[in-house]
Design a binder for this molecule. Structure first.
Ligand code: CP
Length: 321
């Protein structure tokens, strides 16, 4: 088990931080999903507030762009009645040379309780967790290629709502697996829930060989990879992380690995179509299927609020006792 997986749990096996979906265990992961389920009605009420984090302060510290994750964490914190501080890396004093450690210690000195951090470097959230003071929790909002645990959790939450027998499903994860922290978090979460048939599908340049160790099967042919799949999870082509010539132009990628009305038929007729967003229309996914009958992409976004509420509430609850 990785160091991040170990330090995120306290001596009683409860969430102290959330850095990765690796090593959460089926019981704790299921508790997170069940807690999120209990928050879904709160996210839909006229008055979308509960007092669980009243008097607490959450810092959203984002060094990379985000629409879904940052908004959902902010909404989740507000709906739990916390105070929220939003800081963008591009306007923080890190641009003047302040280190990440000094940024953490500076904000901690204002007696905040929880940080959500997104950073381009793998391990940034773990670094924060290693150096955070007693009682300060770190939530990983995505670090480099390493992990995006709340995305992994909201993805399995969405799958479980549609197909409760999660362990028996065939799940195909398609596209730019190499650069994807979402793929890694999804794979760990699915494995913790007992899913045996997890396939990664993509061109050879975008599927790293070390994934074999995670117990997935690798496919470089879309039809074979989607054959009989219950869930098709597409990934965004992350051009901003590509320094070399990993793949041909977007249109050529779509011809080989893109999802459209024709290629979606390779999967089961009732397969769920998922994507963490943001989508590249016409590259990994065609717009008609992105918003078609099988798509649950916007449900994933919606569930992101309940999942983040659950994680925050469980961490604060563990800190209280
Ligand atoms: N899925 C996801 O992380 O989206 P954002 O980059 O918009 O947060």
């Amino acid at each position: 088990m990785s160091a991040a997986a170990k330090i995120q749990l306290d001596a009683h096996g409860r969430l102290r931080h959330l850095l990765t979906t690796e090593g959460l265990g089926r019981e704790l992961l299921t508790e997170i999903l069940d807690t999120a389920e209990s928050f879904v009605p709160v996210t839909r009420n006229d008055v979308k507030k509960v007092p669980l984090l009243r008097g607490r302060t959450v810092v959203n510290l984002f060094f990379e762009a985000s629409t879904r994750t940052r908004s959902a964490f902010e909404l989740a914190a507000h709906r739990l009645s916390a105070d929220v501080l939003n800081i963008e890396g591009s306007s923080s004093s890190t641009t003047k040379g302040e280190t990440l450690l000094d940024t953490l210690k500076t904000l901690e000195s204002m007696h905040v309780d929880m940080f959500v951090i997104r950073h381009g470097e793998s391990g940034a959230a773990e670094f924060f967790a290693e150096h955070a003071g007693d009682g300060v929790a770190i939530l990983n909002g995505g670090d480099g290629r390493h992990a995006h645990p709340t995305q992994g959790l909201l993805d399995v939450f969405t799958i479980r709502r549609h197909k409760p027998d999660v362990a028996g499903l065939s799940v195909a994860i398609v596209g730019d697996v190499l650069h994807s922290r979402v793929a890694r978090s999804d794979i760990h979460a699915l494995r913790e829930l007992g899913v045996r048939d997890i396939r990664v599908v993509g061109p050879k340049t975008l599927v790293p060989p070390e994934l074999d160790a995670l117990g997935v099967s690798v496919h470089h042919d879309l039809r074979a990879g989607l054959d009989g799949a219950d869930v098709v999870m597409l990934l965004r082509l992350q051009r901003e992380r590509m320094s070399g010539h990993y793949l041909p132009a977007g249109s050529a990628f779509h011809r080989g690995f893109g999802l459209n009305e024709t290629t979606l038929r390779y999967a089961k007729p009732d397969a769920l179509l998922m994507h963490p967003g943001p989508i590249n229309r016409g590259v990994e996914i065609a717009a008609p299927v992105a918003y078609g009958d099988q798509s649950v992409i916007l449900e994933q976004v919606s569930h992101g609020v309940a999942i983040r509420m659950a994680v925050m509430a469980m961490i604060i609850g563990a800190h209280r006792t």
